[in-house]
Design a protein around this ligand. Structure first.
Ligand SMILES: Nc1ncnc2c1ncn2[C@@H]1O[C@H](COP(=O)(O)OP(=O)(O)OP(=O)(O)O)[C@@H](O)[C@H]1O
Ligand SMILES: [Mg+2]
Length: 367
């Protein structure tokens, strides 16, 4: 095990609040395995940066313990912990060449010149920076600068790499590229990595596991598949991707999943999470891409009927909003419209979904 947080909390004094303080991190338990890439994901202010700073030692926890490679490090200053941080702003030296920037960490440690040169060349090669070795930062693109920053962090061979939204200053295309690059480099060096972002696509792309946070608390820890397809609660389901919630009653459990009443029709969800009682209420979550639309006329009874309110043609997919007489429009996405055909605004449709794509949750908003 490489990093472990044990009931870590952080309370900041904050005179601007009536209660005089804010709990930025609230009893967080987390284990990051050696070589694993874990992402802290959540909305602004949920405690991601504070958690990362507690791991790096720039912030002391109010309560709880931090372990790195099995050793309790609460009392160790940042420079004694075997971690390296990559920030949003690149933090590379403007007056040094790429080569000098990359090698700086080793020079600082007083390594022999030949070793510094050799190791710098090796890292620059892995990072695709060799051709840029003599350039200064102002002669580099944003993505290239970020790669230099990454090379600088990696050359020290830290046991743990910490990233705080390292790509948020880059344009969308570059961000896509750099994500894959960060993942490739992390895997080739096998460095345990903890990555902070509020971008769910980014989290899905790079992570072995995702920690979804809200209000300083961990809502769920799971693989990208688990947090998307088997969310622990409504907050997670809603924060990651888009989702339709159908409130149901009179739940019953079987091998096949959960059956329950939705407006007089018995519907089935293949999986479930949270505290749902036999005979009680629940919420069935169905992603837009899992809803099947059929022309209304003549089809067998479906669980829901409606009228297309909005149809946005995006080439690969068509996004629909359907007025089904509920308090929110139902969202549906259909793929490959050239083959599947598409509906127009005003068309009547009936909706269905495969039970495997429906996930039942406890009815409370957030536990
Ligand atoms: N030094 C501080 N003093 C007082 N309050 C703080 C301090 N640092 C953070 N906070 C508060 O703690 C909470 C968590 O902040 P944090 O920076 O960890 O959030 P975040 O998830 O990184 O958000 P963002 O996505 O906006 O970067 C916020 O309410 C913030 O205002
Ligand atoms: Mg932050």
């Amino acid at each position: 095990m490489s990093v472990r947080l044990d009931k870590v909390s952080k309370v900041f004094l904050d005179p601007s609040r009536p209660e005089g303080s804010v709990t930025a991190v609230d009893r967080v338990d987390l284990e990051v395995r050696e070589g694993e890439f874990v992402t802290l994901l959540g909305p602004s202010g949920c405690g991601k940066t504070t958690t990362l700073r507690i791991i790096s030692g720039f912030e002391a926890p109010t309560r709880g313990d931090v372990f790195i490679s099995g050793e309790r490090v609460n009392d160790q200053p940042p420079n004694k912990r075997d971690t390296s941080m990559v920030f949003q702003s690149y933090a590379i030296f403007p007056h040094m060449s790429v080569e000098q920037n990359v090698g700086f960490g080793l020079e600082l440690k007083g390594r022999p010149k030949a070793e510094v040169r050799e190791e710098t060349a090796r890292i620059m090669n892995v990072m695709g920076l060799t051709a840029l070795a003599k350039r200064r930062p102002d002669q580099l693109s944003g993505g290239q600068q970020q790669r230099v920053a990454l090379a600088r962090a990696v050359i020290n061979k830290p046991s743990v790499l910490l990233f705080d939204e390292p790509l948020s200053n880059l344009d969308a295309k570059l961000r896509d590229q750099m994500r894959l690059e960060i993942r490739r480099i992390q895997q080739s060096f096998g460095i345990t990595s903890i990555y902070v972002t509020h971008d769910q696509i980014e989290a899905m792309t790079v992570s072995d596991r995702i920690v979804v946070m809200e209000g300083g608390r961990v809502m769920q820890i799971g693989t990208p598949f688990e947090v998307y397809s088997r969310p622990a609660n409504r907050f997670v389901a809603d924060f990651i991707g888009r989702v339709n919630f159908f409130p149901v009653t009179d739940a019953s459990f079987s091998e096949e999943g959960l059956d329950a009443d939705y407006r007089g029709v018995r519907i089935r969800a293949g999986s479930r999470n949270g505290d749902i009682r036999e005979g009680g209420a629940a919420v069935v979550a169905v992603r837009p891409e899992s809803l099947r639309l059929e022309p209304e006329s003549g089809s067998a009874a479906r669980f829901l009927r409606g009228r297309i309110d909005k149809a946005v043609y995006l080439g690969a997919v068509v996004e629909y909003e359907i007025d089904a007489g509920l308090d929110r429009p139902v969202m549906a996405v259909s793929h490959d419209p050239v083959v599947a055909g598409f509906f127009r605004v005003g068309d009547g449709v009936s909706l269905s979904f495969p039970p495997a794509a429906a996930h039942a949750l406890a009815p409370e908003a957030v536990p």
